[in-house]
Design a protein around this ligand. Structure first.
Ligand code: SAM
Length: 278
């Protein structure tokens, strides 16, 4: 008798807020597989129920990964298809699943993506900052000294940087970013993407840190920071802009001086205006 063909491990993205973002293909795969490996079965059950998907769930999270991976790979080897999902967005992106995918590949099992929502990509797609090259940094350390040390290493990165942060650390994180990268670095704070209270604030890290400090609403919900890479051009423009602004400020009100200095130097008007307040 021939051995059964192994099943396929489907890595399925789920919504990061708006349930309409679960693709038709994702729904079909989640319906068709033998079992769904979920980060938190209690969290995922309502999502599946919403779409009338009755497939059995099994837990796969950082605390049971080793045993869960062995059991799931055994199912795959026995010919059963399995879907991997996380609480939200794309599995493995700051979420569990790496060990399962790696073991499946090492075992010769096919692993196939069902792409969809990912907060990092969603944020980058609307931030209006260079997106041709970028670095995904995930979560920074919760420890202040480790976080600041890492930010000092990243300060000279020329590519756009994408960072996940939890709402209860967002104020500290924005202040550390401002101190490490300079208050004039262009950035965006994107919150609650695809949800009712979706917002995007910012032009510079100085503005974002001040707003997060003064406005409690900016410290709520889920957030992504997108920060422009360090550019030679912008630094030169800012230096020139500040020089012109200082000259004009002797004769003109701040807003008018900033407007003219921005037009002359090509530096962002708001950054010049802010630097004049320091
Ligand atoms: N796997 C997910 C993905 O593909 O984006 C990320 C999971 S990670 C545990 C959760 C973090 O993603 C949050 O702390 C936040 O930084 C970001 N995030 C998730 N959903 C978001 C949303 N709707 N708006 C903004 N950020 C979000």
């Amino acid at each position: 008798m021939n051995a059964r063909e192994p099943g396929i491990l489907w890595v399925v993205a789920t919504p990061i807020g708006n349930l309409g973002d679960l693709s038709l293909r994702a729904q079909q795969v989640l319906r068709d597989v033998g079992v769904i490996a979920a980060e938190d079965t209690r969290h995922s059950r309502p999502l599946l129920q919403h779409f009338g998907i009755a497939t059995a769930l099994t837990a796969l999270h950082e605390h049971n990964e080793r045993e869960a991976v062995a059991a799931i790979v055994a199912k795959l080897q026995a010919g059963e298809d399995v879907a991997l999902i996380s609480d939200a967005g794309t599995p493995l992106i700051s979420d569990p699943g790496f060990r399962l995918v790696r073991t499946a590949r090492e075992t010769g099992i096919d692993v196939s993506p069902v792409p969809g929502a990912c907060a990092a990509i969603a944020a980058l797609s609307v931030a209006g900052l260079p997106s041709d090259r970028f670095v995904f940094e995930g979560f920074l350390s919760a420890k202040t000294s480790a976080r600041r040390a890492r930010l000092r290493e990243l300060a000279d990165e020329a590519r756009t940087l994408v960072i996940y942060e939890s709402s209860h650390r967002i104020a500290e994180c924005c202040a550390d970013l401002r101190d490490a990268f300079g208050r004039e670095r262009e950035a965006r704070l994107l919150r609650e993407l695809t949800k009712l209270h979706e917002t995007c604030i910012g032009m510079t890290l100085g503005e974002i840190a001040a707003r997060v400090e003064s406005d409690a609403e900016q410290r709520l919900g889920e957030c992504v920071l997108v920060i422009a890479g360090r550019g030679e051009d912008i630094d030169a423009k800012l230096a020139e802009g500040r020089r012109v602004y200082a000259l004009l400020r002797a004769e003109l009100p701040p807003a008018q001086a900033a407007k003219l200095a921005a037009a002359i130097s090509g530096a962002p008007r708001k950054a010049l205006y802010e630097s004049g307040k320091k």
